[in-house]
Write a protein that binds this ligand. Structure first.
Ligand code: PEP
Length: 253
């Protein structure tokens, strides 16, 4: 049985005041929903604050990205060692906004995955196709190539301690959630691909759905056999919406 995960990705949002309010609310919600791993991935500058506010609760946290280096002359980057030092559990890698705006290749994302894992963080590997790739029927080809780069560098066993987030780019921030049927088919396809390398790893890895998931769409998405929770952008900045999404995951746990 895979424990569901509901993870917020705050992107470039937040102030000291909103971070305080949101984390105070989400620690309570996480404590009340123990059957689900609840986490917030925050802008790096706020991770220390999140640690202070959430320590002692069931809420977990992490970063939205991570550098491949642990220290040195890499101005502006965030080291996995530093992220871990502030109590983080997770590091998102390969978000489509990083792949798109920062030209991160599958190989760079794989190196970030490795750096995170080597330094005690659980990588959350984001994968997913563009609208044009979806229309061309290339969804699984894209997802498989993104996963294969990690397998080539880290081996299939690395997915014993990692999370995959399937996030169709056309659904992120657009209000166009993938239907439960579309998402389930892709998740099953991803699991089948992993199974060709190692069945045990494929059965155990948690695969989250992300892309305009909200309080209305979460219940049916989370009821699908191969959907193990969600990576949530916009709705993780709203207490009522994120709470409802977590409760939908508890209902399916
Ligand atoms: C995301 O950026 O990971 C995401 C899922 O965003 P949204 O929920 O806003 O579509």
């Amino acid at each position: 049985m895979r424990k569901p995960v509901v993870m917020g990705n705050w992107k470039l949002n937040g102030t000291k005041s909103t971070v305080t309010d949101l984390i105070k609310a989400f620690t309570g919600v996480a404590n009340a929903n123990e059957k689900v791993d609840v986490a917030i991935c925050a802008p790096a500058i706020f991770i220390g604050m999140v640690e202070s506010l959430a320590t002692g609760s069931k809420l977990q946290w992490g970063s939205e990205d991570v550098d491949v280096h642990t220290s040195g002359a890499f101005t502006g980057e965030n080291s996995p060692v530093m992220i871990k030092e502030f109590g983080s559990t997770y590091a998102i890698v390969g978000h489509s906004e990083r792949r798109g705006y920062h030209n991160e290749s599958n190989e760079v994302v794989a190196a970030k995955f490795k750096a995170a894992q080597d330094n005690g963080l659980v990588p959350v590997l984001c994968i997913g196709e563009s609208e044009a790739e979806y229309d061309a029927g290339k969804t699984l080809d894209v997802c498989q190539a993104e996963i294969k780069a990690v397998i080539d560098l880290c081996g299939i066993e690395a997915f014993k301690n990692a999370i995959i987030a399937y996030e169709p780019i056309w659904a992120i921030g657009t209000g166009k959630t993938a239907t439960p049927e579309i998402a389930q088919n892709v998740h099953a396809g991803i699991r089948a691909f992993l199974k060709t390398f190692n069945a045990e790893v494929a059965d155990g890895v948690r695969i989250l759905y992300g892309g305009s998931c909200n309080a209305k769409t979460a219940p049916e998405l989370f009821a699908q056999k191969d959907i193990d929770g969600g990576l949530i952008g916009g709705a993780s900045l709203k207490v009522a919406d994120f709470t409802a999404i977590i409760e939908a995951a508890t209902a399916n746990a």
